[in-house]
Design a binder for this molecule. Structure first.
Ligand code: APR
Length: 242
């Protein structure tokens, strides 16, 4: 493997699948997929929330409770090892951009994580804009710890809303020499477009996924298999080439 110094990693639901968290779309793994069981318009849009806030709050309360019963898998642990062992000097950079709203990267020990689609364990106050760490339910409309208004919603980016920190992601990509996509179907933009941005910038691109993603043709290299196997092997390679 050519030596790399500056890596941007994009992760998706596939990286948490082996921890027992449902992916969004059905795929080769054949497991239950979240968007087959729920209408996206009902539970993952601002309009759905305005129409039936109880339904939406209950849905996210269940998801928030569920992720706290799950544990990181070998893929999260390998990325945390990469983060810990990646040099922290001016010549090296690493950013793990995740679409996942679970906290399994952090619980595995990764530090350089950016949640572009928000976090289950945050509540966002629509009155004062504060984000608060939140592990319990929101259905009873608890007051915002900062302003006291009962205006908390899940801090999760819904369809039709802008993902977080896109400027920081594009900036990291501009300095990268390798873009790696792990466990994402490539169905949801702008995350799905990052591989094309990377290609336009002349950056090497690698896909690690159970099956070919929708944007698979854009990647310079694709490795197919479970993240718990592919990611530790790739991390070994990239650290050995340091
Ligand atoms: N190892 C590697 N990849 C896997 C595994 C596994 N064990 N299990 C499933 N996958 C792959 C699937 O083959 C699929 O390509 O992970 C991908 C999961 O795709 P999605 O369910 O579409 O998840 P994701 O790409 O993260 O979804 C993007 O869609 O609904 C929104 O906001 C939500 O962040 C989410 C976004």
């Amino acid at each position: 493997m050519a030596q790399v110094r500056n890596i941007v990693i994009l992760t998706g639901a596939g990286v948490s699948a082996e921890s027992g968290i449902d992916t969004f779309r059905a795929g080769a793994n054949g497991g239950p997929s979240l968007w087959e069981q729920h209408r996206v318009d009902d539970v993952a849009t601002p309009e759905g929330f305005a129409r039936d806030p109880d339904l939406v709050l209950r849905f996210y309360d269940m998801r928030r409770a569920a992720i706290q019963t799950k544990a990181p898998n070998a893929a999260h642990e390998a990325l945390a090892r990469l983060d810990a062992e990646w040099p922290k000097d001016a010549n090296h950079e690493l950013l793990i951009v995740t679409q996942n709203v679970d906290d399994l990267h952090e619980r595995a020990g990764a530090k350089r994580v950016l949640h572009m689609h928000g976090e289950h364990l945050n509540a966002w106050c629509t009155a004062c804009d504060a984000r608060s760490r939140w592990t319990g339910p929101l259905i009873e409309r608890p007051p915002c710890p900062r302003c006291g208004e009962r205006a908390l919603r899940p801090d999760v980016v819904w369809f039709g809303e802008m993902p977080y920190e896109m400027d920081r992601i594009y900036e990291a990509l501009r300095g990268a020499d390798l873009f790696v996509s792990i466990g994402t179907s490539g169905a949801v933009y702008p995350a799905a477009g990052l591989v094309r941005n990377a290609r336009d910038l002349g950056i090497a691109t690698l896909e690690l996924n159970l099956e070919r993603s929708q944007g698979s043709a854009w990647f310079g290299e694709t490795r197919l298999g479970p993240a718990s196997v592919l990611v530790p092997a790739w991390v070994d390679e990239v650290l050995a080439a340091l």
